[in-house]
Structure formats: structure tokens, C-alpha cells
Design a protein around this ligand. Structure first.
Ligand code: NAD
Length: 430
């Protein structure tokens, strides 16, 4: 999709859902235009003494339902268009989950693997230096995304607090526990997807032992959903990371894979170069081969635009759980809808992350911290309730689950926008 706008592709989803949600056309008009965009350049002194300039973005898409919320991504392919699309999805995601936030996203064009720890810290603090007047605990609250982590959130919170001369943990979520992070945030995205799959399991009366699963992307989100499903007896037969994938028809032992991956940093190395290779037989496969496997559940948990018009006809899984944001293009989506593939869409499947981020913000503001059991119980209540609300809309309107999820989101956003008055109200004679 080199020349196609991800943002324009993303907002196409509004059209059908807008009709079903019966929202005022002004609601859709508003959502097609991000509220505010900040673009910055961040000068960083590198360890060898040279100066490098990095591009950074923050997009606040819509704040009708509350302060905007969304992660910060470090990736060489970050672009303003991508950040706009991700911010739009956050608006919809917060509405699906029913949490009082609008949507935002940020990103820096960088390959963090090429930076030393000190360079990464200088870059992260530099980004907040540029953004400090644009964000805030009642304005816009960042969080981690691809290739950013708890330590980076801690640096950013510290930099913001230094600039504002106040201790301000609620400005950012996904922080280390010791700096005001929430218990249960580390696995929240994978866990949220897991709660969705458990609800589907009830509806389809699945026996997990008979359900094969392939997971693309073995980072924060992918690892935890794989771990939780594996613990319930699901057969995780394929996994991949940016360097390639592995397949084993009997399924993998996920806890030991996580341990090895986090030690060796490369999935293929675990089975193909290390000693485990001799103990467990597995095949290597490419990321595109993984997507085309004949499994019951496919979980894209890496990057956007993985299932496109080029490969959609080879996709065999009857159920796809979008843990990544935007892994299916709208063209591919239409083909999958015709095939009756059940897609649990990103704005529902990965909403567990922002839900626990919201809990973190609430705990920071009240200065009172919950147990992990309290966090998980509250998260399960929200995820199960919203999954079933979306599924009921799917059955009521006989539409695909993505359209149902956008309909659900638009009803909430539409109510909030309409509460301030639309054309229908203002054109009435007094
Ligand atoms: P991460 O950086 O922890 O992991 C990303 C993983 O994807 C890594 O294993 C990486 O090697 C792999 N990867 C990168 N490019 C790939 C490619 N082309 N093919 C296969 N694998 C590839 O990131 P994460 O936090 O797990 O995020 C993954 C996805 O989930 C992203 O789309 C992100 O926006 C989404 N998401 C994450 C969260 C969260 O809380 N972490 C919340 C909502 C959505």
C-alpha cells in the first residue's frame, strides 16, 4: 500500500457503521478530520559526538469523550499518515471499550535497535521537551506502542515532571510499577484479546485442544495472548517475529519459548541454532507463509497492512483476531467478509491495553493502587461486556464484526457530539 493513505483507508470504515448507528452526518464529518497535529524535530547528541535530527509526531484525533489517549511508536516507517490512522483507531477503541477518552497517537522515525541506551534516553526526553505543552494528564496521555517500553515511559514521565516542576505520573501510562505503573498493564493487550477469544469459545462451544492458532509477531501483545491461550489448552502451532517464523503441528510450549525469545531476542534462533533444536522438531516459515496457514485462529500481532488484496485469497483461517492495529486493508476486509471469516477487529481485540492504561491513570490520580486481581477482574468485566455488545449488534444487523464494532463506537461518540448540538438542533427556529 505504498501510495495509498492508511488514514483514508481507515476512515472508510465509518460509512456503513454511520448508517447503522444512525448518527448525524456531522459526527462523521468531525471524525474525518483530526483535531490537532504536532510535528517536531528532535536534535540528539549521539555517543560519538555527532548530532542527529529525528522527526516526531503527535496527532490528537478527537477529544469529545475525554482527554486523548494513545501510544508512541518508535519505528523507521513511522509517517504522519500512519500516526493519523492510529489516532483515529484510538478514538474508536476508547469508545468501544466505553472508557472516557478520545484518541491520539505519536511516533518517532527511528530504528531504536541502532541506538545505545543513552541515545534512546536522550531522544525520549527530547521528544517530551518538544511535546510538553501539547500533552498533559487532562489533555493528552501517551503510552507505549511498537518498540517503546515501560522504561521509556518512565523517562518521559520524569522529563514532563521536571519541565512542569510537579510530580505528574498521570501524564503517561505503561510506566514501570515502581514509578506509578499499574499491576496487570504488562500483559493487558494480550489478555484483552484472550478475554474476547474466551467469549467466542463459549458462543462456538470450542474445545481448546482442537483449536489451532498461529500468531504473527511475538512481542508484548503476541507473547501474552499466546501464553494465556496455551495455558487453556489451545494449540499454538506457528509463531513469528520480524526475522521469520516457526511451525510445529503438535504445538509449542509457549512459556519456554517466551523465555528463550527474551534471552536470544530471535525466534528462529531458538529452534534452529540453539540446543532446543535437537529437542523439538519444528519447521521455519516466512511471515507470509504463516498468514496463509490452515489454522482455526490467526492472530496478527505485529504491524498494519499484513493481509492485503495480494494475499487475501490465500488466507484460510475462519477466525482472525486483530491484536495488531490495522493488519487487514479495507480491500482485503471486503473479500474476507464475503468468505464469512469472523474478524474480531482491532478496536475491540486490542482494547485491553488502553483499558488497563485507563486504570493506571485512575490509580495515579487517586493515589491509591489496586491489586492485580482487581485490575484483571475489572478488565475482564469490560472486555466481556463490550465483546458481547458488539456480537449482539453483529447478529441484530447481520453485518461483519468490524462494522458492528464501529457501530457500537459511533453510537457513543455520536451521543457525545450530539449532546453539544448538531445541525438538527441549531437549524430549529427559536
Ligand atoms: P512489540 O514491539 O512488543 O512487538 C512487535 C513484534 O512484532 C516483535 O516481535 C517484532 O519482531 C514483530 N514484527 C515486527 N515487524 C514484523 C513483521 N513485518 N512481521 C512479523 N513480525 C514483525 O509491539 P507490541 O506492543 O506487541 O505491538 C504489536 C501490535 O499490537 C502493534 O500493531 C501495536 O500497535 C498493537 N498494540 C499493542 C498494544 C500494547 O499495549 N502493546 C496495545 C494495542 C495495540
Amino acid at each position: 500500500m505504498a501510495h495509498q493513505s492508511l488514514f483514508n483507508d481507515a476512515i472508510k470504515r465509518l460509512d456503513k457503521a454511520g448508517i447503522l448507528a444512525k448518527v448525524d452526518p456531522e459526527v462523521l464529518l468531525r471524525l474525518r478530520h483530526p483535531k490537532a497535529i504536532m510535528q517536531v524535530s528532535i536534535p540528539v547528541r549521539m555517543d560519538d559526538g555527532t548530532l542527529r535530527i529525528f522527526e516526531g509526531y503527535r496527532v490528537q484525533h478527537d477529544n469529545t469523550r475525554g482527554p486523548t489517549k494513545g501510544g508512541i511508536r518508535y519505528h523507521p516507517d513511522v509517517s504522519l499518515d500512519e500516526v493519523k490512522a492510529l489516532a483515529f483507531w484510538m478514538t474508536c477503541k476508547c469508545a468501544v471499550a466505553g472508557i472516557p477518552y478520545g484518541g491520539a497517537k505519536g511516533g518517532i522515525v527511528v530504528n531504536p535497535k541502532e541506538l545505545s541506551h543513552l541515545e534512546l534516553e536522550r531522544l525520549s526526553r527530547g521528544f517530551i521537551g518538544r511535546m510538553a505543552d501539547f500533552i498533559g494528564p487532562d489533555i493528552d496521555i501517551p503510552a507505549p506502542d511498537v518498540y517503546t517500553n515501560a522504561m521509556i515511559m518512565g523517562w518521559m514521565m520524569n522529563e514532563y515532571s521536571t519541565i512542569k516542576r510537579t510530580n505528574c505520573p498521570a501524564v503517561i501510562t505503561g510506566k514501570p510499577i515502581a514509578l506509578g505503573g499499574s499491576l496487570g498493564r504488562d500483559d493487558a493487550t494480550g489478555r484483552g484479546a484472550y478475554y474476547c477469544i474466551k467469549e467466542l469459545e463459549k458462543r462456538r462451544q470450542w474445545n481448546p485442544a482442537n483449536i489451532t492458532v498461529a500468531v504473527q509477531g511475538f512481542g508484548n501483545a503476541g507473547q501474552h495472548v499466546a501464553r494465556l491461550l496455551h495455558a487453556d489448552g489451545y494449540q499454538i502451532v506457528a509463531l513469528s517475529d520480524s526475522r521469520g517464523g516457526i511451525y510445529r503441528k503438535e504445538g509449542f510450549d509457549i512459556p519456554s519459548l517466551i523465555k528463550f525469545k527474551n534471552e536470544s531476542r530471535q525466534l528462529k534462533a531458538i529452534y534452529c541454532e540453539g540446543s532446543v533444536c535437537e529437542m523439538v522438531e519444528s519447521q521455519t516459515l516466512t511471515n507470509s507463509e504463516l498468514l496463509e496457514l490452515d489454522v482455526e485462529v490467526l492472530i496478527p500481532a505485529a504491524m498494519e497492512n499484513q493481509i492485503t488484496k495480494e494475499n487475501v485469497n490465500n488466507i484460510k483461517a475462519p477466525v482472525i483476531v486483530e491484536v495488531a492495529n490495522g493488519p487487514i486493508t479495507s480491500q482485503a476486509d471486503a473479500v474476507l467478509a464475503d468468505k464469512k471469516t469472523l474478524i474480531i477487529p482491532d478496536i475491540l481485540a486490542n482494547a485491553g491495553g488502553v483499558t488497563v492504561s485507563y486504570f493506571e491513570w485512575v490509580q495515579n490520580r487517586q493515589g491509591y493502587y489496586w491489586t492485580v486481581q482487581e485490575v484483571q477482574q475489572r478488565q475482564e468485566t469490560i472486555m466481556s461486556r463490550e465483546f458481547n455488545a458488539v456480537y449482539n449488534l453483529l447478529e441484530e444487523h447481520k453485518v461483519d464484526m468490524r462494522t458492528a464494532a464501529y457501530t457500537h463506537a459511533l453510537k457513543r461518540i455520536g451521543d457525545a457530539i450530539a449532546a453539544g448540538g448538531t445541525h438538527t438542533y441549531f437549524s430549529q427556529e427559536s
